[in-house]
Design a protein around this ligand. Structure first.
Ligand code: EPU
Length: 342
């Protein structure tokens, strides 16, 4: 086990803020993972699981424990029928490499989830979603190391409690308990996606006269849309969407609509207010708060232009959420997680 000591969390995360992690280790297999948790247990250190750090915010005080970076690699086709394919991807694989693997072979179910930063192991944690698909529809199970019992477990989708950006892995009493070593997906051999697609995707397809809805074609379109609107976190620091969209009951959606607020109805009937819309309507697009800029192109993205610290980010967040609250009466919630000792 190769431990690194006193590593800036700003170097491990795409938002690029945060003090030092006391220890950091990369784990590639189960023995290394076990060794890492044993080390932390012996020293009574808190632990933190990390993929690419694309949805994690560091705090200025750093982290007094062990950050365990998931470097489990490999993608394997487990079985195939005329309709479906079952694929297992290891937790440390890059998410978009996995989407490329699937779409190149014509498998459908995750093509609109192209170009999402991060790892396969992190994808189920917040139930990643974009352009009408989320992984709750294609995930079968995860293999994970249970840090409470030190045993390997398999957790089926039915036990993950998946909803918008929320699962047992990030919400409730078991949040942070499972280190996801591998994820098993069931994809379709042929795409069943048909128009109309998610608004911005449909618009792109129409504008470019694209009528090929194959996984590879949809992937190319989504990559182009994202490249135009969303900053590449490897180049421009951000943690993707910084706020969550707001899901409402039918009753609250009606009240909001009466106040003139635009309501989206999702394909499953759920009512939603786009947080990006609220930020835009509040005149915040392009504005900079303590070194953090609300993206001109997609208001949900908070770009770290010159923010130096978590303290700067916290000030920016308070000011932004206060402005939206005063104008619309909705309290925006942060989407990325914060690296803290539990
Ligand atoms: N909108 C605006 N102004 C903006 C941004 C959005 O008015 O600046 C409104 C528009 O009405 C638009 C609607 O919001 O029609 C939806 O916008 P968009 O398609 O850009 O998506 P989003 O709601 O801003 C969510 C995800 C993204 C994902 C996109 C595409 C969350 C927190 N974010 O953003 O995920 O890529 O949908 O499906 O749900 C991420 O989580 O990091 C992320 C980038």
């Amino acid at each position: 086990m190769k431990l690194s000591e006193n590593i800036p969390i700003s170097n491990l995360t795409t938002m690029r803020i945060g003090g030092n992690a006391r220890y950091v280790v990369e784990v590639h297999n189960l023995p290394e993972l076990k060794e890492a948790y044993d080390f932390a247990k012996n020293k009574s250190l808190p632990t933190w699981m990390m993929g690419d750090g694309a949805n994690t915010i560091g705090r200025d005080e750093g982290f007094p424990g062990l950050v365990i970076i998931n470097c489990f690699k490999g993608i394997e086709i487990l079985s195939q029928t005329a309709d479906e394919v079952v694929i297992r991807a290891m937790g440390g694989e890059n998410w978009d490499d996995f989407v490329a693997f699937a779409t190149e072979r014509g498998y459908s179910g995750i093509e609109t989830l192209s170009s999402i930063p991060g790892t396969v192991g992190a994808a189920p944690v917040q139930n990643i979603g974009a352009y009408g698909q989320d992984i709750s529809h294609v995930i079968e199970s995860v293999s994970a190391y249970d840090t409470q019992t030190d045993e390997l477990v398999v957790i089926g989708k039915e036990d993950m409690n998946m909803s918008y950006r929320s699962t047992i892995f990030n919400t409730g009493k078991d949040a942070g308990r499972y280190f996801i070593t591998a994820v098993t997906f069931v994809l379709e051999n042929e795409s069943s996606l048909q128009p109309p697609f998610y608004n911005s995707l449909q618009k792109y397809l129409d504008e470019h006269n694209i009528t090929d809805y194959s996984p590879a074609s949809i992937r190319t379109a989504v990559m182009a849309i994202r490249a135009e609107k969303l900053p590449d976190p490897a180049v421009i620091p951000s943690a993707g969407s910084f706020f969550k969209n707001i899901y409402l009951s039918y009753e609250d959606a009606e009240k909001a609509e009466e106040k003139g607020i635009k309501i989206h109805t999702k394909s499953d009937g759920q009512k939603m207010i786009s947080a990006g819309y609220l930020l835009e309507q509040a005149g915040l697009k392009g504005q900079i708060f303590h070194g953090f800029r609300i993206s001109e192109k997609a208001a949900l993205i908070l770009i770290n232009e010159s923010g130096k610290s978590y303290a700067d980010l916290a000030k920016a967040r308070t000011e932004i959420t206060d402005i939206v609250y005063e104008k619309f009466g909705y309290k925006l919630e942060q989407e990325p997680v914060e690296l803290i000792a539990k």
